[in-house]
Design a protein around this ligand. Structure first.
Ligand SMILES: *Cc1c(COP(=O)(O)O)cnc(C)c1O
Length: 344
C-alpha cells in the first residue's frame, strides 16, 4: 500500500502487449500509439495528444511548451511539479516556480491572483497556472469544478495559460461522476497517467490543441522521449483505459474502509471525510515520539516487518494508497495489523 505505482500488468494486459501492432513512432507510424493518443484526446475532449514515458516528462513538456526562459509558473506548494520533479523546470525550461500554499493541495482563486506578478520590467512575467487533480500530497483530494472555474477566470483576466496535472484525474472522475472531459475543458493542457491506478507498467499522455501538441512533440524528441516500436507499451495503456477505469471505485471503497478501521485504535489520527479517492494520509498520536522523522521512519520499518508496506506522507504523517493489486481482504488485514500495533 505504498503507492498505486507498484501495480503490475495482469496476464490479459501482457497478452494485449504481446499482440500489439507496432511501427516506428518517431515517424508517427505506430498504429497502437496513434490509437492510444486518439482515444485519450477524445476522452479528454482535446484536439490532440502525445504518448510519453512518464508523468514527469508529460508535465515538463507542458511547462516547456507553454513558457519562455525567465518566466514564472504558479503551482501549489505541495504539488508534484514543485516537490517531486527534481528541479526540472529550472534545468529544462529555465523557468521559476512560484509555490502557493493550499489546503489539502487546493489553492483558492484569490491566492492564485495574488501570486501573479505585476507587469514591470524588473519582475518575471507570470505565464502559467498549474493545478493537480486529484492532489497527491493533499491526500487524493478532488478539486471542485467551481474552484477550477474560478481559477480559470483569473487566468483569462491575466492572459495566463492553464495546465492540469491529472495523473489521477481518472480517480476524480470516477469518485464524482464528472467526466474527465468536463474537468479538462477548462485547461490548455492536461497530463494523465496510465501507470498508476490504471495498472499499465509505463506511460502518460499530454493533451491539448493540435498546434500545442505538435510543438510538444518536438520537445519530446529533444528530451530523449522519442521512442520507436512503443506500441507494445501503448497497448498496455489502451487495455488500462478499456478495462481499469470504472474499477477505481473499488480502490476508493478500500481506502475509506481502511481509514475507518484505523479509528479502532487510539494511536491514529485520520479524517475519514478527507478520504475522497484512493489515498489515506494519517497521523501518529502519542505515545509515538514527537520527532516526525523518528516516529514515521520507525513506524514504517516496523509495519514493513509485519507485512504492511506504507510510505511517509507530508509533515510527520503516513500515507497508504489502494490500487488494483491489493484486495479489500488485504486492506482489512493491513488495518488489523495496524490496530494491533503497539508503540515500543
Ligand atoms: C505520479 C505523478 C506524476 C508523474 O510521475 P511519474 O512517476 O513520472 O509517472 C505527476 N503528477 C502527480 C500528481 C503524480 O502523482
Amino acid at each position: 500500500m505504498r503507492s498505486d505505482t507498484v501495480t503490475k500488468p495482469s496476464g490479459a494486459m501482457r497478452r494485449a502487449m504481446a499482440n500489439a501492432e507496432v511501427g516506428d513512432d518517431v515517424f508517427g507510424e505506430d498504429p497502437t500509439v496513434n490509437h492510444l493518443q486518439e482515444k485519450v484526446a477524445e476522452l479528454l475532449g482535446k484536439e490532440s495528444a502525445l504518448y510519453v514515458p512518464s508523468g514527469v516528462m508529460s508535465n515538463q513538456l507542458a511547462l516547456k511548451t507553454h513558457t519562455n526562459p525567465g518566466d514564472e509558473v504558479i503551482v501549489e506548494k505541495d504539488s508534484h511539479i514543485f516537490n517531486y520533479e527534481t528541479a526540472a523546470p529550472s534545468l529544462l525550461s529555465g523557468i521559476q516556480l512560484n509555490p502557493v500554499p493550499g489546503v489539502r493541495g487546493l489553492m483558492t482563486a484569490e491566492a492564485v491572483e495574488e501570486a501573479i506578478r505585476p507587469d514591470v520590467y524588473y519582475m518575471m512575467p507570470t505565464r502559467l497556472v498549474c493545478l493537480e487533480n486529484t492532489h497527491n500530497r493533499g491526500g487524493g483530494s478532488i478539486y471542485p469544478l467551481k474552484l477550477i472555474e474560478e481559477i480559470k477566470q483569473v487566468t483569462v483576466r491575466h492572459n495566463l495559460k492553464y495546465h492540469l496535472d491529472g495523473a489521477r484525474l481518472w480517480n476524480a472522475s470516477v469518485a464524482t461522476g464528472i467526466k474527465v472531459s468536463e474537468y479538462a475543458k477548462y485547461f490548455d493542457s492536461v497530463s494523465v497517467c496510465l501507470s498508476k491506478g490504471l495498472g499499465a507498467p509505463v506511460g502518460s499522455v499530454l493533451a491539448g490543441t493540435k498546434e500545442y501538441i505538435n510543438r510538444a512533440r518536438r520537445f519530446r524528441k529533444i528530451f530523449g522521449g522519442g521512442m520507436r516500436q512503443v506500441g507494445i507499451l501503448a497497448a498496455a495503456g489502451l487495455y488500462a483505459l478499456e478495462n481499469n477505469i470504472q474499477r477505481l471505485t473499488e480502490d476508493h471503497e478500500k481506502a475509506k474502509t481502511f481509514a475507518k478501521l484505523l479509528l479502532e485504535s487510539k494511536l491514529y489520527e485520520v479524517n475519514v471525510d478527507h478520504v475522497e479517492t484512493n489515498i489515506v494520509i494519517f497521523g501518529l498520536k502519542p505515545p509515538f515520539p514527537k520527532d516526525p522523522a523518528e516516529k514515521v521512519d520507525k513506524f514504517i520499518a516496523d509495519t514493513k516487518s509485519l507485512g504492511v508496506l506504507l510510505s511517509a506522507g507530508t509533515a510527520g504523517k503516513v500515507r497508504a494508497v489502494t490500487h488494483l493489486d491489493v484486495s479489500m481482504e488485504n486492506v482489512k488485514k493491513a488495518a488489523e495489523i495496524l490496530v494491533k500495533y503497539r508503540v515500543s
